[in-house]
Design a protein around this ligand. Structure first.
Ligand SMILES: Nc1ncnc2c1ncn2[C@@H]1O[C@H](COP(=O)(O)OP(=O)(O)OP(=O)(O)O)[C@@H](O)[C@H]1O
Length: 365
């Protein structure tokens, strides 16, 4: 880790923020961000992600609640007193200044000695591979290079908290991927506690030490990526974090026989870890569902779509439910083929049909 970086934990306590008389943009939010972690904040458009970032930056004030950086209550502190670095969707650089001048602006103002500023710029620019561009102005570099300069500008003041709001959303997919891994390495190197806002599942799950999922101004769940993926608290989170389509299938359970009826098939369960209700919703991701050839069905292939090395099948169950399954290119099913499901049961999720809440951890057959 680079010397001079302090790691601070952040605590948002019962934060409420509304704009005008409208709905609450952030509603009773409690969130702990650990010292030095890279937390991604994921949610659909309008879920309150940017507002959370503005509250942390001090660009917006909470209506009620408190914000702590370590043991310091910063709720009433203005942005300049918070020791934060912020990177927005489009780089905030001075158009008439060179990148070097833009990057050195804030530390110069703060009275950091010239040599120290130069050393910090050299270090961060080398890391971000923009050393050769420092004497150019913003309009003389590409969009990706401008975003890297904006990151350098945010880092050079040695912030204790780095806030990034969809910094790569205007860039093409390949560049986004490259910059994503650069930010992860940068975070490891510089160690500042980082909050990275995105509406992109792949970005949030790929980058975050933990992912905070927001919906309608509230926090639905916060967990490490794999835990979130495997143990989502409800159908909404399960669906939102899915990289491949999620099937939510109605299931009937006969407790006495220990059997479930799923898409026209009867399956014996070995041991649900808790009593199951007579009907529930089974959540199964298409990557955890395969098709088996079966002369007498009960399902029928509707479409087969190539996805790289795999094939995405949409099949229809006897009750008309559509089910999406992924298959390898080695076993190809033609449209209209009769098939049965091969469920990876330990990866199946059981949800309450009424509330959508997760009810058991996993079931075995
Ligand atoms: N300055 C503002 N004035 C009025 N309403 C606002 C303002 N900023 C945000 N809102 C409202 O607050 C809610 C949350 O907005 P916010 O920008 O935090 O969501 P977001 O999750 O970041 O969305 P996006 O992914 O589209 O940027 C939205 O309903 C939005 O319309």
């Amino acid at each position: 880790m680079i010397t001079g970086t302090k790691q601070v934990g952040v605590r948002i306590e019962a934060a409420v923020k509304s704009f005008g008389r409208g709905q609450r943009a952030v509603d009773s939010l409690d969130l702990d961000i650990r010292p030095g972690e890279l937390l991604t904040v994921l949610g659909p458009s309008g879920s309150g992600k940017s507002t959370v970032l503005s509250l942390l930056a001090g660009l917006a004030e909470v209506d009620s609640g408190r914000i702590w950086f370590g043991d310091q209550d910063v709720t009433a502190l203005p942005p300049e007193a918070r020791k934060i670095g912020v990177v927005f969707q489009s780089a905030v650089l001075y158009p008439h200044l060179s990148l070097r001048e833009s990057i050195s602006f804030a530390p110069k103002l703060a009275g950091v000695p010239r040599d120290e500023i130069n050393a910090r710029i050299a270090e961060v620019a080398a890391f971000l591979q923009i050393s050769h561009l420092l004497d150019r102005r913003p309009h003389e570099v590409s969009g990706g290079e401008r975003q890297r300069a904006a990151i350098a500008k945010a880092l050079v003041s040695r912030p204790t908290l780095l806030l990034m709001d969809e910094p790569f959303s205007a860039l093409d997919a390949q560049l986004r991927r490259a910059l994503r891994s650069q930010v992860v390495r940068l975070h490891r190197e510089f160690g500042a506690t980082t909050v990275f806002v995105t509406h992109d599942q792949e970005e949030a799950l790929g980058m975050g030490d933990r992912v905070a999922v927001m919906r309608g101004g509230r926090l639905e769940q916060v967990a490490p990526p794999l835990e979130l993926y495997r143990n989502p608290v409800n159908t909404w989170v399960a669906n939102f974090v899915s990289l491949q389509p999620l099937n939510l299938l109605p299931v009937e359970y006969d407790a006495q026989a220990g059997e479930v009826k799923l898409c026209g098939e009867t399956v014996r369960l070995a041991g649900p870890d808790r009593p199951l209700p007579a009907t529930f919703t089974l959540g199964i991701r298409s990557e955890n569902l395969r098709l088996r050839p079966s002369a007498d069905g009960p399902l029928q292939v509707l479409t087969a779509e190539a996805v790289g090395e795999q094939v995405k099948y949409t099949v229809v169950a006897p009750d008309g439910t559509n089910v999406v399954a992924l298959g390898g290119a080695d076993q190809v099913f033609e449209p209209d083929a009769k098939v049965a499901l091969a469920v990876d049961w330990p990866r199946a999720m059981v949800f309450d049909t009424e509330t959508g809440a997760r009810i058991v951890e996993g079931i075995t057959v």
